[in-house]
Design a protein around this ligand. Sequence first.
Ligand code: ADP
Ligand code: MG
Length: 533
Amino acid sequence: MATFGIDLGTTYSCVAHIDDTGRPAIIKNRPGDDTTPSVVYFESPENVVVGKEAKAVAKIQPDLVVSLIKRQMGKSFEITVHGQTHTPESISALILRELADAAAENLGEEVKDVVITVPAYFGVAERNATRKAGEIAGLNVLSIVDEPVAAALHYDAINTGGTKTLFVYDLGGGTFDTTVIKVSPEEIQVVCTDGDHHLGGADWDDRLAEYLLEQFQAEHPETEAADDEEFLQNLAAGAEDIKKQLSRMQARRFNARFGGDTSQIEVSREKFEELTSELLERTVTITQRTLRTAAERGITEFDDVLLVGGSSRMPAVSAALESLGLKPRMHDPDLAVAKGAARYALIESIKVRSPEDGEAPAEVVEEVAAQLNVPVEKVLGLVGKRVATVVPRAFGVKVINRVGGREHYTVEHVLRANTPLPAQTEPQRFGTAYPNQVEISVEIWEQSGSVESEALEDNEHIAEGLITGLPPLPENSPIDISFEMAADGLLMVHAVELKTRKDLHIEVQIKGGLTDEQVDAARTAVARYNVSA
Ligand code: ADP
Ligand code: MG
């Protein structure tokens, strides 16, 4: 049973498997690259192009090209192209199909059983949407695994022995995440996670592209280049290229041409770093916040600080972390997540072939050990490794506040981000808002911004329930509310009115998820396209 790990990234995706020598290996895509831009171009009603060709037309045909779809995962979002309505799941499925088809073609074997990675901050809805994207693509999704956990698994494969505490700094194309992870022979444990989901390499590109445009306009004041989609597309592509080259070189030159006007624009690494210093500073702030959270949990030292995500190749990243006293280490930045996922996929393939809660059959373990080229004990150790994660974001209850006779709503968080899963909070005491209340409405809200905030606009309403049939209660009568989250992220809320002991259980349903019928319909629709690179 061949298994595969897929890093379905915001900007770039990647597929890996464990090869005949037992090492994780990247499977190249059709153009021969290790990673594929997560960009979909609906060229015609029948043809879809995924990858670098699609990325190349993004700014010229914005209505036919979809980028950064991962940001919409788990949300109710629809987009109609050539009369066909798409969801984040179906767009992601098109990317997955191209990745899987290209890998299958390359290896000459079927690509069916996969593990797909997601950011640690993804909640239940986003994870579910990712799994469904896999199903729509016709894949068998063995499991969903956190990206930093996959990176840590890959690290663990290389650096064996003992318990290690890792700080994972992941600066990708569209997102930034920090995660503290403990790896021991028995367990991979996420200690805390933080990040900014609208910060990544694309922001660095934008700053540089703006600068290139300004320089061009300064030389050619009459130019109308800023209104030309094709020119802007060239600038965007050029900016990303130059940015990457500046990770190795001190200066690059960009040749801009519009109409009869040309410019040679020189960009030094120093200039680039100056243009983007505010962006880097934002990652430093979040890194410091994560260090503080880890310190609150007793972790002040790290065995390794792993740099993952393509953008962590920028030399300024290591320099900034060193100035915080950390010793960062580049960890196969573009490929570590896919490689770790490949390893996880193999472990999962043993689990699915084992009886529930029982031991893995010896012949399965032996087969995998042979495939991995490692001793049987090592495989058993891997299969037994537990993965423990944390609550990705804070959850709470909407409350009324009265300040100087005026009322406003806020969210009081009960279940805090980074609580180890499974989690069960103590009951928190709330009070009724008005005299003679005969019912109590309990609204559950989830933190939506990257930091916990009680402001309503920084939270999202996810569920509600009503306790009814109460005798008229005096104002501020006590209600206890407790939260419980299972290891898989499912949330249950329990509220009790203390006088009558009338209570309410709310099982938070995933909003906006596709039904089985919708998944089937999308699978048929996606299968009808010719997908190519
Ligand atoms: P994601 O997982 O968010 O899709 P990746 O981890 O694959 O993203 O990183 C993609 C980002 O890394 C892009 O913005 C790309 O321009 C950037 N990148 C790749 N190589 C380099 C490099 N050598 N120097 C700077 N940035 C790079
Ligand atoms: Mg990534």
